[in-house]
Design a protein around this ligand. Structure first.
Ligand code: 6PG
Length: 320
């Protein structure tokens, strides 16, 4: 499926298309990250508009070969971990030994975006802090505008939402204000093991009283293209209804909270980076031994190593 061309999709609601609406078939890949206590490594990107006006969903595609449904993230940002975690609740976290605010590494779009990094000894502590963070945001947005729009991805982050299904959040959160969306989804039936909707249903949505009509799963009776168009149309309607806001800065839809897990290659929301960064690092003359890619560990005692590559993969090499 092709990505939408922003120039082609002018709309009074969306000067550019809100959704890079592609759906993918790939099953989730296991993470090769170092393990935490629970045996799972986790990096969650929580983007909330409390953190900055830059939290609106400015969309662009990184890898047009993949097939998925995703809100675009500015391409330079989608490759960086540091921008991804913004939180307002560190002081109440049960375990937040490190709380750092980094300076912006991105372009002008991110100049005003605050970045925080919370590091936890155990996934259990991360989940507790994430639950508190979300409950606080839920209360804030419910009070401010009568709705709380939350965007989920798949992966390990969904299990980390489990604290919300327990006291005190189960009773204290005003679930009637929640509107749940997905930043990416697989082209499978909603009861399929690979469905991000099913994952969220099993871990969270079946355990909390969010009105079912406020859970916006893809229409799995449609083709990938059809489902993405349908999703886009439904988002536009929700903008007209005042459920989803539009950023006055970017003109893109602005959700109250977007939660995205980060994959080992830096991808979020099925926006996979190209190979150019890795090829550039692998062919660089200087190798940082503390940060070797597997491909950099390929070595020969004798002989010759020959690369066969297309042009995009070597686009970051200054000389070939
Ligand atoms: O559909 C998906 O698989 C997710 O949207 C994907 O972007 C995921 O969040 C990351 O791959 C991180 O997954 P883990 O947290 O499981 O490593």
């Amino acid at each position: 499926m092709q990505a939408h061309d922003p120039a082609v999709h002018a709309d009074p609601c969306f000067p550019s298309p809100p959704v890079d609406a592609r759906l993918r078939h790939q099953p989730p890949k296991p993470s090769p990250f170092p393990v935490h206590a629970a045996g799972v490594s986790m990096s969650i990107c929580a983007v909330s508009s409390t953190a900055s006006t830059a939290a609106s969903t400015s969309l662009s595609s990184v890898n047009r070969r993949s097939s998925f449904l995703a809100f675009r993230v500015p391409a330079p940002l989608s490759r960086s971990l540091a921008w991804k975690l913004s939180s307002s609740s560190s002081s109440h976290s049960p375990l937040a030994p490190v709380s750092a605010m980094a300076s912006s590494g991105g372009g002008s779009d991110t100049a005003s975006m605050k970045k925080k990094l919370h590091i936890f000894d155990a996934e259990e502590d991360l989940a507790a802090s994430l639950g508190e963070y979300m409950a606080e945001l839920s209360a804030k947005f419910a009070a401010e505008r009568g709705a709380f729009t939350v965007v989920l991805s798949g992966g390990s982050l969904v299990k980390a939402l489990r604290k919300l299904t327990e006291p005190p959040y189960l009773e204290a959160v005003d679930w009637s204000k929640w509107h749940v969306f997905w930043v990416d989804e697989r082209v499978v039936p909603k009861d399929h093991a690979d469905s991000n909707y099913k994952l969220a249903l099993d871990e969270l949505l079946s355990k909390v009283p969010i009105p079912t009509e406020q859970v916006y799963a893809i229409n799995d009776a449609l083709s990938a293209e059809g489902a993405s168009n349908d999703y886009e149309a439904r988002l536009k309607q929700l903008v007209r209804d005042g459920v989803i806001e539009i950023s006055p800065v970017t003109g893109f839809p602005k959700f109250d909270l977007m939660l995205m897990g980060m994959g080992p290659d830096g991808h979020v929301a099925s926006l996979f980076p190209g190979k150019a960064v890795a090829v550039h690092k692998a062919l660089s003359k200087q190798h940082d031994t503390s940060d070797l890619l597997p491909v950099e560990m390929v070595s020969l005692h004798d002989g010759e190593l020959t690369w066969f590559t297309d042009k995009p993969a070597v686009s970051m090499l200054s000389s070939i």
